[in-house]
Design a protein around this ligand. Structure first.
Ligand code: SF4
Ligand code: SF4
Length: 133
């Protein structure tokens, strides 16, 4: 059936339009991997590319975005750290943290959502371990 296979066209739309209500959360492991990939000191990476916020009483860390809502790590339409990008990005727009909004053109197909989404319990601990990163 046409339109039932998810395909990324690398438009970069899912790296833009962020806000405090919809953003990329990063885990301790994400930060270790990304900072190493860029050859940056971990704290320098956090200062340059991350923002802390509190969600339901938990302190979490998200990627910073510019005034337009674009991820600071976006390079044109491509991820500037593709090989080391956060788990949330690697899981794609239908990942376990998906909030049910079909924001992007690539999400409009007649997909088997159960096949595309994972188990949030499998990744939840990555972000809310102990509130400190
Ligand atoms: S919005 Fe969809 S098509 Fe565009 S880069 Fe993200 S996953 Fe790929
Ligand atoms: S880390 Fe890469 S994939 Fe994730 S939002 Fe930023 S530019 Fe996009």
């Amino acid at each position: 059936m046409a339109g039932d296979t998810f395909e990324c066209t690398m438009c970069g739309d899912c790296c833009r339009g962020f806000s405090d209500d919809y953003c990329v959360l990063v885990s301790r492991e994400d930060i270790d991997r990304m900072s190493a990939h860029l050859g940056m000191d971990r704290q320098a990476f956090v200062t340059a590319y991350c923002v802390d916020m509190v969600v339901d009483g938990f302190r979490v860390r998200r990627l910073a975005f510019d005034r337009s809502g674009a991820c600071l790590l976006l390079d044109g339409n491509r991820c500037g750290i593709n090989a080391a990008k956060p788990l949330q990005c690697a899981l794609g727009p239908f990942g376990p943290l998906w909030d049910g909004e079909r924001r992007y053109d690539c999400m409009q197909g007649d997909f088997d959502i159960d096949k595309l989404t994972g188990n949030i319990e499998d990744v939840f601990g990555n972000y809310f371990e102990d509130g400190a990163q």
